[in-house]
Design a protein around this ligand. Structure first.
Ligand code: ATP
Length: 374
């Protein structure tokens, strides 16, 4: 089965093709999941919704066409293999009319190169989501294949579960616009804890904008932190919820007072990632799970991964962070979860397929866990 995924919740215009048969045959993740992305990079400041939508409008057709070309190549290769196999079996057959391979191939050429079209339904920026939704609906109708509406945050989680092979992990989603802990219970992913204000990446980006650094700020903070020393900043965890607004205001104030930016970056990382590690440990303890997966673009940070890995090691739990190409926004995770949903029959009628900028992960009935391929 091949599924086309389309992602465009904020900055990444991305299309991907997931080939579940190649995956089941042991292909590497880069062979089984083809991803083409085109990032929106603001000239100044943070992500501007109108500019991001203009980027989607311009880039989505291009990345989708590249992904579909790849799907057509896969389809052609599969057709050739099938034709060869059937040619061999015809040669072996003692009776019956020979199959006209040329005729069969030419009729197969009309077949859609994918079995379904999956798209990010939300959460995300409304103007961007609407462009992606329109593209996905049009493709589903043109290719005459089902439409699958994927929750972007559940996709961040599921790609970690898929690439780790873990059965029922706790997931820490550390992305730009979100930060929360999820765990599966009774047919849904439950939000065990979450940010009480901004997403973790957005919080870091707000500080770097104040400093005058270009978007995205996370990698720049990571690089600057290498030369820093600790200065005191707030640390706010309440149960399994947490807050970043106080720490961001304090970081800006320290910078305005002349504290070295490297020291602030170092301390931001230490505090923010320690907060996330503390709540992740609490979630493991509460659920009794011994598996943790990481999701989201901030998960590309080596210090965050180091803290989480160390915490898991100390409590005898397993930790998995997917490849960076699956952590930041990408259509690969949409295609992979889209395939699972399609296989479970979880498809959408066009009239029910509107996007939802506030789509929470705990609103999604998890239909696919009973019907997954091992
Ligand atoms: P969401 O998935 O919640 O919609 P998003 O669309 O903003 O969020 P992601 O791709 O998950 O996108 O994450 C982008 C964020 O990751 C940005 O805020 C960026 O600064 C941050 N980021 C990227 N690399 C790093 C890094 N090495 N360290 C810390 N943060 C990083």
């Amino acid at each position: 089965m091949r599924v086309l995924g389309i992602e465009g919740t904020a900055w990444a215009a991305s299309a991907a093709v997931y080939d579940s048969d190649a995956d089941a045959d042991g292909a590497s993740s880069s062979e089984a999941v083809f991803i083409e992305s085109d990032a929106y990079e603001p000239d100044s400041g943070g992500i501007h919704p109108r500019e991001a939508a203009e980027h989607m409008h311009e880039a989505i057709p291009r990345v989708v066409e590249t992904a579909l070309e790849h799907a057509r190549d896969l389809q052609e290769a599969a057709d050739e293999r099938e034709a060869r196999a059937s040619g061999d079996s015809n040669a072996d057959a003692a009776s019956g009319p020979p199959i006209d391979v040329d005729e069969r191939c030419s009729s197969d050429q009309q077949a859609a190169p994918v079995d379904a079209v999956a798209f990010s339904r939300g959460p995300g920026l409304g103007p961007c989501l609407r462009i992606v939704g329109t593209a996905a609906r049009a493709l589903s109708q043109a290719l005459e294949v089902p439409l699958v509406g994927v929750n972007h945050m559940v996709a961040h989680l599921e790609i970690g579960r898929h690439t780790s092979g873990f059965d029922s992990p706790v997931c820490l989603n550390a992305s730009g616009a979100n930060a929360h802990l999820l765990s599966y219970r009774n047919g849904r992913y439950r939000v065990l804890g979450e940010t009480m204000d901004t997403g973790v990446g957005n919080a870091i980006d707000k500080f770097t904008r104040h400093v005058g650094w270009s978007h995205p700020g996370g990698p720049k903070v990571e690089a600057a932190a290498e030369d820093g020393e600790y200065v005191d900043l707030p640390y706010v965890v309440k149960g399994m919820d947490f807050s970043f607004s106080g720490i961001m205001s304090a970081a800006k104030q320290q910078y305005d007072k002349g504290v070295a930016v490297e020291d602030i970056c170092y301390s931001l990382q230490e505090n923010i990632f320690a907060m996330l590690t503390e709540v992740a440990e609490r979630a493991l303890s509460l659920t009794g799970s011994d598996e943790l997966v990481l999701g989201g673009g901030v998960g590309q940070n080596a210090r965050l991964r180091e803290m989480l890995a160390e915490m898991c090691d100390q409590r005898g739990a397993e930790f998995h962070a997917p490849d960076p190409r699956f952590l930041r926004d990408n259509a690969g995770m949409i295609a992979v979860l889209g395939a699972k949903m399609y296989e479970a029959g979880d498809t959408l009628e066009i009239e029910d397929s509107r996007v939802n900028p506030d789509f929470r992960p705990d609103q999604v009935p998890v239909t696919w866990r009973g019907s997954e391929r091992s």
